[in-house]
Write a protein that binds this ligand. Structure first.
Ligand SMILES: [Fe+2]
Length: 262
């Protein structure tokens, strides 16, 4: 079973974002998936679907996403507007009322999509309602394998400018997840950098952005000197089978396409 994972599209119906063209970059990603991975069961997008959370932007985004041969599993990031997103993009049945939080099943694998958005804040939180929903879902799985997907990483990644804006109650989430050894992997966006490791024994991966990348921590940078890294974007292909889970990061276009020089 194959899933596509994209993150941080920062889509805008018009104009550039930090010198990058979100429509060119997303079109390249969609074309790559349609050509090489059309049989994937779904495309998970871990938040920051749009740069500015307007219904107009979500409508324009949906026209691009409609070209994907598989359904989309959208999540909220700090740039998203929960209400506008829900107005435009369909969510799987059984989604929590008022949130973009739900479970999607692919055979025996469950993907738990978490809504970490706090409107108006860069950092994220999983409130008691959303945490309670997650605990109930984990119990209901009865040991079936699961992936937890969210925008804000619940752990520090050694990225001094980005770590302060991660999931503020990440420790609580990790404490909960660590009690369920059937949680195979944790996926997060937000940092626009490819990081992987383990936390509390849980393997994790963070995604490159479909649009622009954050620089590595060295050479040191701050928000005054911030410039997107001159790195090509990527998406990830997840394959789940008898022997476990594989994540392949795939570059879907070169740096120039949609980049500042384009
Ligand atoms: Fe982002």
């Amino acid at each position: 079973m194959k899933l596509i994972w994209m993150s941080d599209l920062h889509f805008e119906a018009e104009g550039l974002v930090l010198g990058h063209d979100p429509r060119k970059r997303l079109q390249a990603a969609v074309d790559f998936v349609a050509e090489h991975h059309a049989e994937a069961a779904a495309c998970l997008i871990t938040g920051d679907l749009v740069e500015t959370g307007t219904v107009n932007n979500y409508n324009a985004l949906q026209e691009f996403l409609n070209e994907l041969p598989m359904p989309v599993l959208p999540l909220t990031g700090n740039h998203d507007d929960r209400t506008a997103l829900r107005e435009v993009l369909p969510l799987p049945e059984g989604a929590m009322a008022g949130f973009v939080q739900y479970r999607a099943d692919f055979g025996d694998l469950a993907v738990l999509c978490l809504d970490t958005l706090v409107p108006g804040e860069g950092a994220g939180v999983l409130c008691p309602d959303r945490m309670g929903w997650l605990q109930a879902e984990l119990e209901a799985l009865g040991g079936r394998p699961a992936i937890a997907a969210m925008h804000h990483p619940p752990m520090k990644l050694g990225l001094p400018m980005l770590d302060p804006d991660n999931l503020q109650n990440g420790e609580d989430l990790l404490e909960l997840l660590a009690g369920y050894p059937n949680v195979l992997h944790l996926l997060a966006g937000h940092v626009h950098r490819p990081c992987s490791g383990t936390v509390r024994g849980i393997p994790f991966t963070t995604a490159k952005s479909v649009l622009y990348q954050a620089p590595p921590p060295r050479p040191a940078w701050d928000w005054d000197s911030f410039q997107p890294a001159a790195e090509a974007p990527a998406l990830t292909v997840l394959e789940y089978g008898r022997n476990g889970l594989t994540l392949q990061q795939c570059q879907f276009c070169d740096y120039a396409r949609g980049g500042p020089a384009a």
